[in-house]
Design a protein around this ligand. Structure first.
Ligand SMILES: [Zn+2]
Length: 220
């Protein structure tokens, strides 16, 4: 008697690699596997037929995922890059308004960057940004708006105020520029006034000039 028919077999499907395993919550090696129907003869798969399913399996915890999991980390990294690049552009844009590039100023901008992104930036990167040409800050702000929480918006605007007023002045032009930025981010005017008052107290009318950051030169 000849035994033949259709049957589904599990196979490795490709080389695999590394991915961010949601279960292990870290980078892990994975196997790509597939379930495919075969025409078999005496239970030996002979002719490949329809592929039924394909999945990713963590080599450590053995959790199985849809193949979309491979894109998760890449998407996360892309968003992270958008945030980093966007906020660097913001700090440079407003930093130029204070006309400073000294060490204390650059260190302050580094802290602003870390406050928002949780990541580090070198003084060289910031100096390069400060020396760069003008960017489209409205466009950058509209991109950032998509993934900043209310708290994130506040941190972002505070950094902009600190960068713009490090020379000890908060001119009408600077106020207008920060206000535009804050509105595009979706911050209310009342909230913005609060942030401005707390971030640049030295530059507000009636306050003493800022002492923490000496201004080597002023653009005004
Ligand atoms: Zn795992």
């Amino acid at each position: 008697m000849i035994i033949f028919g259709h049957r589904a077999y599990t196979f490795g499907a490709g080389r695999g690699g590394e991915f961010h395993c949601p279960q292990c919550n870290t980078q892990r090696p994975y196997k790509l596997k597939k379930l495919q129907r075969f025409f078999h003869l005496y239970f030996i798969p002979i002719i490949p037929l329809t592929e039924l399913q394909r999945w990713v399996e963590c080599r450590l915890c053995k959790s199985k995922y849809r193949t979309e999991v491979l894109k998760l980390k890449a998407e996360q990294e892309a968003r992270q890059k958008l945030l980093d690049d966007g906020y660097r552009a913001v700090l440079a844009h407003f930093g130029k308004m204070s006309g400073r590039s000294d060490e204390a100023f650059v260190e302050r901008l580094e802290r602003c960057f870390t406050d928002l992104t949780g990541r580090l930036l070198t003084p060289e990167q910031l100096r390069k940004d400060l020396a760069g040409g003008p960017g489209d800050i409205s466009y950058t702000a509209s991109e950032l708006r998509g993934f900043l929480t209310e708290q994130g918006r506040e941190i972002a605007v505070r950094g902009a105020v600190i960068a713009a007023t490090a020379d000890g002045t908060l001119t009408d032009a600077k106020k207008a520029a920060v206000a535009d930025f804050a509105r595009i981010l979706g911050m209310s005017d009342a909230h913005l006034l609060g942030v401005m008052a707390s971030a640049a107290p030295g530059a507000l009318p009636g306050s003493a000039p800022a002492q923490a950051l000496p201004a080597p030169r002023s653009l005004n």
